[in-house]
Ligand binder design. Structure first.
Ligand SMILES: [Zn+2]
Length: 462
């Protein structure tokens, strides 16, 4: 597969550093509420990325963290009157349930920040020892940006106007600070009264880790100083990913991630998603509107990860139609194949283009388009060729993580229409052709077409 690397700004062929397993890390959710579809766009694309590698025969090792201690989780657990563990445990469970519905494969390792506090303290100690971090009078420890001259390469800080002068005097103690302000950032936050019971002992006094540090500590633990790829939403590039690079390279040496994979923001109805604008959707919100998780997944992969996706309810309706068409194509292909066919070779047949799209910078919309054109070609195939095409189609569906609806979604047929149809079917079965004809006309007059099959009939609106 070729994929765009945000760091070097070019398409690169992906090959595992260790020659066997593609090892990658993705920043996970902060578990203080349900994840929204913007979060899920990134996770779904990462899942398609992994599935594509695996479908192509590569082994993967996928690490994604759970942020269960930070400013937001502490604030909201207290507002809810729950312990941090109970509060984040409940939202982690909700996240996992949503992921399962959306067809996301669980990561191979999913470490939580709280259970890795010793590793985080050890990393801070190393940074202090090497002169990359310093303790302040309030019991916090900060990373000294001036000690790492390469800071900012990922997000091209040198080409942006930053208030570099602030480095000397100002520090950022909150987990998420102003964009485009450059300052020493916090690694360990000294205990404050508003933290409640959420503090741990450290060589610098009681407190808790800063948010940026956990990813570096978990990467060091599970992937080491050199690994294949790091992914996340583009909003994490600065400062979060810059901070990860600085912390990890200074503490562990090595090259850190060989490749950076960032997914672009999602818009809703052409605007930025915001709770205040009433366009902030969770999976449950969309299910309440009658859509399925698979329809949501289809929309989320419907735009290229490098382009902005404009999410609308109409696009979900479109996904339903598209998936019904794919399912119909799959069924008629399966009907041609009949039973089991032993395939001696595996190729994608008429779906080769769809597969190539996926491997060309994870072009998911190109792949979906290729499924439709492939189905048209496959309709002309017979026997073993049809069986091969079906196998190719199904492999691509697995790479996309899509499960198609098993039955064609039937139009709502009113009971009285159904009753007439049943009576006509009985007449037809009894070979009363005259009555069957009259009743067919009656149905047409009422706005319904009745199509007879061998085993049954189908009603569609005229
Ligand atoms: Zn991270």
């Amino acid at each position: 597969m070729r994929l765009y690397d945000t760091l070097d700004r070019e398409l690169k062929e992906l090959r595992p550093l260790d020659g066997t397993t593609y090892r990658f890390y993705c920043c996970g959710p902060t578990v203080y509420g349900p994840a929204h579809i913007g979060n899920f766009r990134t996770f779904v694309l990462q899942d398609v990325f992994r599935r594509t590698l695996e479908t192509g025969g590569m082994r993967t090792f996928h690490v994604r963290n759970i942020t269960d201690v930070d400013d937001k989780t502490i604030r909201d657990s207290q507002a809810a009157g729950q312990s941090l563990t109970d509060f984040t445990g409940q939202w982690t469970a909700k996240f996992h349930a949503d992921c399962e519905e959306l067809g996301l494969q669980p990561p191979h390792v999913e470490p939580g920040a709280v259970e890795h506090i010793p590793q985080q303290i050890a990393m801070i100690a190393t940074l202090v020892e090497k002169g990359n971090a310093y303790a302040s009078e309030d019991g916090s420890v900060y990373f000294k940006i001036a000690s790492y001259p390469e800071y900012g390469r990922l997000s091209r800080l040198d080409t942006r106007e930053l208030e570099l002068g602030r480095t000397q005097n100002e520090r950022a103690n909150s987990d998420e600070y102003e964009k485009d302000s450059l300052s020493d950032f916090v690694l360990w936050k000294g205990r404050k009264p508003e933290d409640g019971d959420n503090y741990w002992p450290s060589p610098w006094g009681e407190g808790r880790p800063g948010w940026h540090l956990e990813c570096s500590a978990m990467i060091a633990e599970y992937l080491g100083s050199d690994f294949d790829l790091h992914g996340g939403g583009e909003d994490l590039m600065f400062p979060h990913h810059e901070n990860e690079i600085a912390q990890s390279k200074c503490a562990c040496g090595g090259h850190f991630a060989k490749h950076w994979f960032h997914a672009t923001h999602l818009l809703v109805d052409g605007g930025k998603m915001a709770k205040s604008k009433n366009n902030f959707y969770t999976l449950d919100d969309l299910k309440a509107k009658g859509f399925t998780a698979m329809e949501v997944r289809y929309v989320l992969i419907g735009a290229h990860y490098h382009k902005q996706l404009n999410f609308t309810l109409d696009s979900l309706a479109g996904a339903r139609e598209a998936m019904a068409k794919l399912a119909k194509g799959q069924r008629s292909l399966a009907a041609k194949v009949g039973g089991e066919v032993q395939l001696t070779s595996v190729d994608f047949g008429p779906f080769q283009e769809a597969w190539d799209s996926l491997n060309d910078n994870l072009n998911t919309p190109g792949c979906l388009g290729g499924l439709f054109t492939g189905l048209r070609e496959a309709a002309k195939l017979e026997g073993v060729e049809a069986a091969k095409a079906l196998a190719g189609f199904n492999r691509i569906l697995r790479a996309l993580g899509l499960t198609l609806p098993e039955e064609e979604p039937e139009a709502e047929v009113p009971a009285e229409i159904r009753a007439i149809a049943e009576e006509r079917w009985a007449a037809r079965t009894a070979k009363d052709w005259a009555k069957a004809d009259v009743m067919r006309q009656q149905l047409t007059g009422l706005g319904w077409n009745m199509k007879d099959g061998k085993e049954g009939y189908e009603l569609t609106p005229v």
